[in-house]
Design a binder for this molecule. Structure first.
Ligand code: ADP
Length: 205
């Protein structure tokens, strides 16, 4: 398939409605930096895509499977040299056959036993540590899938708040190091959740 450059996929947030009161004040430095993309993360031609991996980093189903399929066997080879990854942590590799330069592998919390403070903190750490790995490697554009909300069972309507809050808090401090953060949603229901909640964390006015 054809790669999608961010030029063609990005959608800025001005114009998105939001009837609920904002939890965060507008930060004008972030206005053009955050966007929503609906579709396959492996198509994005950007500096880094984030993989919702498991602790082995050796590949799995869902977005992890799609990333490894598109990247090819060299990705698994590099991942095997990393000796796994703890929940909430992130490790970076090359993108190989992907249009993205890097893959940032992060391990979300397993939430099948319910969501408590540990799971919330771990999910926020995934987003923050992934952004940290990006900026440490001069990756200025990063796309996230909806970490933990597939096989790992984290309720999407709760995960969206952790994702948005973590990115907002990171960007408030490090906006000079990043040009774009893309929330890549795959399911129509997630698209709705992000459209609803993005203006609360990134108000356009
Ligand atoms: P986890 O194990 O962390 O729950 P999953 O891969 O099972 O990870 O699901 C995480 C999210 O990734 C889900 O919303 C799923 O729909 C989405 N997803 C699956 N394939 C892709 C893809 N190719 N691009 C982007 N998102 C995807």
């Amino acid at each position: 398939g054809q790669a999608h450059s961010i030029r063609h996929t990005h959608r800025t947030l001005s114009g998105l409605g939001g009837s609920e009161p904002s939890r965060y004040k507008r930060n004008e430095k972030l206005d053009q930096k955050v966007s929503l993309y609906t579709g396959d993360i492996t198509k994005l031609e950007i500096d880094a895509i984030v993989n919702a991996a498991n602790k082995t980093l050796l590949g799995g189903g869902g977005v992890d499977g799609a990333i490894h399929r598109t990247a090819g066997p060299l990705l698994k080879k590099e991942c095997a040299s990393l000796h796994g990854c703890e929940t909430g942590e992130a490790k970076i590799t090359c993108g190989y056959g992907l249009p993205a330069k890097y893959v940032i592998h992060t391990v979300g919390p397993i939430a099948q036993g319910g969501v408590g403070e540990d799971e919330r903190k771990a999910l926020r750490s995934c987003y923050k540590n992934s952004l940290k790995a990006a900026t440490e490697n001069d990756a200025r554009s990063v796309a996230f899938p909806c970490i933990s909300t597939g096989i790992y069972g984290y309720p999407p309507e709760q995960a969206v708040h952790e994702a948005l809050a973590a990115v907002r808090e990171y960007l408030d401090v490090h906006h000079d190091k990043l040009d774009r953060v893309i929330f890549c949603v795959f399911l129509p229901t997630d698209k709705e959740l992000y459209l609803q909640n993005l203006p609360l964390y990134f108000p356009a006015e």
